[in-house]
Write a protein that binds this ligand. Structure first.
Ligand SMILES: NC(=O)c1ccc[n+]([C@@H]2O[C@H](COP(=O)([O-])OP(=O)(O)OC[C@H]3O[C@@H](n4cnc5c(N)ncnc54)[C@H](O)[C@@H]3O)[C@@H](O)[C@H]2O)c1
Length: 380
């Protein structure tokens, strides 16, 4: 719930500090400099390369969060450090009563995430999670179509995140450790999307392989989901496999990736099917025939019985309706929303609780991989 406008933050740019200026932190810093409603006031990163980012700007460089807080007034922090440092960094921000947007995954474990959110709640400090795709048009439109009943009762979800990372991606030490696999770095976005579109997950079963890179963590995984609604889902990830079937390449939202178009998710229900992020809706054109293939009269003799339920017939023509929406940069939209949360005019679109919900699902998948058993995320 938005707390109401905060007068001293109205009418001037919101002062943001970016903590961790690596791959994604640099993108946040660039966006903060480009947006009118935001001012990049600090970059925190102990590495030498980070000093270059503030050159020629009004922002200041610091080697620690504490130094930043004691030197400059900061309205909000974007925490883009390696995931193992999310909890400690966020707790410092919360102690300073400073709203913080924590990159995904929220923390290393559910226990850490619960600690973080309990402190945030007690202090009344907004915590957001960096599941930025939720700020983009494709997921928002898809959710609206589902809510409007365009797919009928949801039956199944299928998604892929197959991409090929170069060797030098793993030159960074933490990415060679157990947090560096594509489950926590890449698939977590898709797990969040699946939760958002399909609802909570009752049971997970997962497999992982590390045959190609032979590192300490998976390079490939497959995750089977049973949603609480009864629908089923399958998700597959690999960072050693060539394909256009990942969100970044199919959505075209991220200028750093080639745009291949097409889809990486398919959702089906009793009335229709939807591919994402290209938003193509498939439906039979003459719904409501009986199982014998004939149009069946309804109770009033005019409407086909199945048409009321909207069920298609497999022999009827199936039509594709393109519902493509204008693509915009969801990282930019996320930062604007963070500024509005800091001002007290909006509630977080993707609060920390949503990061924890996704982390619970990730942890359940990992536990299933380790034990060979199905795991209920709700029990973690
Ligand atoms: N939302 C997304 O699409 C997205 C994309 C990439 C990464 N991420 C997430 O962002 C986080 C960072 O990933 P990355 O790939 O940018 O990592 P990275 O290694 O490229 O960058 C991390 C930076 O943090 C700095 N750092 C280390 N310790 C620090 C400390 N104590 N204080 C301040 N800075 C410190 C490092 O020097 C480095 O520059 C991870 O949690 C990752 O999962 C999110």
């Amino acid at each position: 719930m938005a707390a109401g406008p905060i007068p001293e933050r109205a009418g001037r740019p919101v002062r943001l500090g970016v903590v961790g200026a690596g791959l994604i932190g640099r993108v946040h810093a660039r966006l903060a400099r480009a947006l009118d409603e935001v001012e990049l006031c600090a970059v925190v990163d102990p590495s030498e390369h980070a000093k270059n980012i503030v050159q020629g700007t009004n922002a200041k460089w610091f080697s620690s969060i504490e130094e930043m807080f004691s030197a400059v007034p900061v309205d909000g922090v974007i925490l883009a450090t390696p995931s193992a440092l999310h909890l400690s960094g966020a707790l410092i921000c919360i102690a300073r009563r400073c709203p913080v947007l924590v990159e995904k995954p929220l923390c290393r474990s559910v226990a850490e995430g619960e600690t973080l959110l309990a402190r945030a709640r007690a202090a009344g400090v907004p915590v957001l999670t960096g599941h930025h795709r939720r700020h983009g048009a494709p997921l928002q439109r898809a959710r609206q179509l589902i809510d409007d009943g365009a797919l009928g009762r949801l039956v199944a979800f299928h998604g892929s995140c197959w991409l090929s990372k170069p060797d030098d991606y793993f030159d960074v030490a933490w990415r060679r450790g157990d947090a560096g696999g594509p489950l926590a770095i890449n698939l977590i976005h898709d797990l969040n999307a699946a939760l958002h579109l399909m609802g909570d997950v009752a049971t997970v079963h997962a497999f992982a392989a590390r045959a190609v890179r032979a590192g300490p963590c998976e390079d490939t995984a497959a995750v089977l989901l049973r949603f609480e609604s009864g629908a089923l889902g399958t998700l597959s990830v690999s960072d050693t496999a060539v394909s256009p079937w990942n969100w970044e390449m199919s959505a075209g939202e991220n200028p750093d990736f080639p745009h291949a178009g097409g889809s990486c998710y398919r959702i089906t229900g009793t009335r229709g099917a939807l591919s994402l992020p290209d938003l193509v809706l498939w439906r039979h054109e003459r719904p409501g025939r009986g199982s014998d293939g004939k149009q069946a009269p309804g109770a009033d003799g005019t409407q086909a019985a199945g048409a009321a339920a909207g069920q298609g017939h497999w022999l009827d023509p199936i039509g594709a309706q393109g519902l493509a929406v204008a693509v915009h940069d969801p990282l930019r939209a996320q930062m604007r929303q963070f500024a509005a949360v800091i001002r007290g005019t909006q509630a977080p679109l993707v609060p920390g609780e949503e990061g924890l919900r996704t982390l619970r699902l990730l942890q359940a998948a990992r536990e299933s991989i380790e034990t060979g058993r199905s795991v209920a995320p709700g029990a973690l």
